[in-house]
Design a protein around this ligand. Sequence first.
Ligand SMILES: C[S@@+](CC[C@H](N)C(=O)[O-])C[C@H]1O[C@@H](n2cnc3c(N)ncnc32)[C@H](O)[C@@H]1O
Length: 251
Amino acid sequence: MNRQANILPFTPPPLTHSRPRRWLRAGIGAVRQPKRELMTRTLYRFAWRAFELLHGLDTTGSIDASELGHDEQRFGYQPIDYHTFLAALRPLAKEDRRGTFIDYGCGKGRAVLLASFRHFREVIGVERSAELCAIARRNIERSATWRRAASVRIVEQDATQFVVPDDADLLFFYNPFRGAVMAEVLGQIRASLARRPRRMHLIYALPNTDPDAMAECSWLRPWRSVSTCNHAWEKLTIYRPLAFGNGRDSS
Ligand SMILES: C[S@@+](CC[C@H](N)C(=O)[O-])C[C@H]1O[C@@H](n2cnc3c(N)ncnc32)[C@H](O)[C@@H]1O
């Protein structure tokens, strides 16, 4: 006979079937999936805003391309949604979140900050606007206590001039540019892969209506598509080069 039966005049129901837990489950189940997602995203948004206010960070707001002196192939600033960034990294294996992360068109550095809070070997933000680079650097300094990445830097340069480090393995594009600019950048990435074949992921978000430059590259293949906070008008796809290293495709 167990000891509890000696002490209590009844057998308590096991905790897993306790009434409050059943009610909680039923309550959560009643909130349908899209609503739950919306709630989570809203919570993330509030949490991130509070975090920014607490640390004096500034990654919010949008800036038109013309205000930044960009032509029609280079887009203006709009930060990625916090929840979308996490969703984009989630499908990747742990070892694919440990190398060199590059944000092409990092703006005020929201994606760079979020990547810097993870255990990357290096996080690099490339941005052509001097004003946005200054804000991104200030944000990085102010959030230094949260940093987990070994190195974080902002390169003030047009992406077409940026030499791809031959250990870069996670490349992030949140709708930074298109057309000839994108073609030139993709050409440099391909050249880097030819110099040093390696495993690589390219995360690419763009409006649904725009032509997807990566989908048109014969040396890339879509690996995962990720639902974003703005999925009604943007799509996010993770691409991989067809051959990782010794000519083999790896999954
Ligand atoms: C939509 S924002 C993305 C911001 C950031 N990546 C994020 O996820 O929060 C696009 C950024 O790309 C920058 N940009 C546009 N063309 C560029 C180029 N050719 N080289 C470097 N940066 C560029 C813009 O100044 C802008 O800050």
